[in-house]
Design a protein around this ligand. Structure first.
Ligand SMILES: [Zn+2]
Ligand SMILES: [Zn+2]
Ligand SMILES: [Zn+2]
Length: 431
């Protein structure tokens, strides 16, 4: 079965998340976005786990499904999705934040953990409750070396899957410029073979990652890391495999392109940490410009926040992914509300923009279809026509982006073709 999966989100019990991150609202949004398999998020949090068991039940395939009907959120656009949202399944998933010191340096690494059943979750939660305070945050902080964590998981629940999260972001990741490592083996040592997939994060895409031959053996996944329900599916994975935990993990392990079809990605420049810079000082640098300034901010004299592109350049052993033995298929998308916002000249979160976005979503079934499948001629039959034009430009890669830096998202322009706008030509062969 072909399905879109988003394996990394957070519940309302994580810090800085929307109180609308409840199972009912998440499922309705997932349905509107075209996501069929969604992460539960935060399974280490006792209250969230309690709600999970109240709402959901094992579906017999390693995923969870709703026991009963769904209470649609208080949003007129989503009411119609409540019945169909019962088709959304959940995979047990949580993110953990590890802060510890190794080889004389403080390390901060985020890991995503997927589990095949609630029994495994209970075992893991019991063990971790002795390590850190699971109640304080949906994404708890543990003062544990990730290698020891992997050992513990391999011993207690070998069918669990650990995926390093957003591996390039500067502050909390495997390769992060501030507190990460230069090689996977430095981090996981003899437990390295337990890892077979990596999450690229919003600020990097597969071609950037394929510049490191050390990553060739890993599947590259993309997830939304949504903290509010409208962000669900903004990055995701498209599979054509058995709809089960075993099918999902098998497709990732094998990297079989007939099972793990492709990812959907942000244009990486749109991510919060693509370039280097200082947000408060108004400084945005390419890796080369930072190098010329010794990574020092010319305005305040402090060290710049080194972004993802810079870090990839530092660790890459290929000049482009063309030299890689295989290339990972992906689509670069712009969220529909951002396309509509630009078409109308309004801000992406305002009500009138969502009204138009949902006109398209209702007409064609879900956002994923609108962005990737529906013929442009059909989209252009729905008003305003400029939205269809915007989707067409996005599919052709005709976008201009002011790159994100130091925690600030990049901004996308679809309609002001300047001299450096990319030439026409569909992205890869997927469109
Ligand atoms: Zn994280
Ligand atoms: Zn996260
Ligand atoms: Zn500065």
């Amino acid at each position: 079965m072909k399905f879109v999966a988003d394996l990394h989100v957070h519940s309302k019990f994580s810090r800085a998340t929307s109180k609308e991150m409840t199972f009912d609202a998440m499922a309705c949004w997932a349905r509107a976005k075209g996501v069929r398999l969604l992460a539960t998020g935060d399974f280490t949090h006792p209250e969230w786990l309690f709600l999970m068991k109240e709402k959901l039940e094992p579906a017999g395939n390693g995923f969870l499904r709703f026991k009963n009907g769904i209470q649609p959120p208080d949003n007129p656009h989503l009411k119609a999705f409540a019945p169909a949202a019962r088709d959304v399944s959940f995979v047990l998933s949580t993110e953990l934040s590890f802060i510890y010191s190794k080889m004389g340096k403080v390390r901060k690494v985020h890991l995503l953990l997927l589990a095949p059943d609630l029994e495994s979750v209970e075992k893991i939660d019991t063990k971790l409750a002795g390590v850190g305070n699971l109640r304080s945050d949906g994404r708890p902080i543990l003062g544990l070396d990730v290698k020891l964590f992997l050992k513990m998981i391999a011993d207690t629940c070998p069918r669990c899957t650990v995926i390093p999260s957003h591996i390039w972001t500067p502050w909390f990741s495997l390769f992060g410029a501030n507190s990460g490592f230069d090689a996977i083996e430095e981090c996981f040592e003899e437990m390295t073979p337990f890892i077979f997939a990596l999450e690229t994060g919003l600020s990097s895409d597969p071609p950037m990652n394929r510049r490191l031959s050390a990553l060739d053996r890993y599947a590259l996944v993309s997830n939304s890391d949504a903290h509010s329900p409208s962000k669900i599916g903004r990055e995701a994975n498209v599979f054509d495999t058995d709809f089960s935990y075993a099918g999902l993990i098998g497709a990732l392990r094998s990297k079989d392109p007939s099972k793990f079809l492709h990812t959907v990605e942000f244009f990486p420049e749109e991510g919060k940490y693509h370039y280097d810079g200082h947000r408060k000082c108004g400084i945005v640098f390419t890796p080369g410009e930072s190098l010329a300034h010794n990574d020092i901010c010319p305005k305040c004299g402090k060290r710049l926040t080194i972004g993802v592109m810079h870090r990839v350049e530092e660790l890459a052993d290929r000049s482009s992914d063309v030299e890689a033995p295989f290339r990972t298929p992906f689509l670069s998308l712009v969220p529909l509300n951002e396309i509509v916002a630009e078409a109308l000249g309004k801000s992406p979160e305002c009500q009138s923009v969502w009204d138009v976005a949902f006109r398209f979503i209702h007409e064609f079934g879900d956002e994923h279809k609108v962005l990737t499948e529906v013929p442009i001629a059909d989209l252009c039959r729905v008003a305003p026509e400029r939205v269809g034009e915007g989707v067409d430009r996005m599919r052709k890669g005709r976008v201009r982006i002011a790159p994100g830096h130091d925690g600030e998202y990049g901004s996308v322009r679809l309609f002001d073709d300047g001299p450096d706008a990319a030439e026409d030509g569909p992205q890869m062969s997927l469109f």
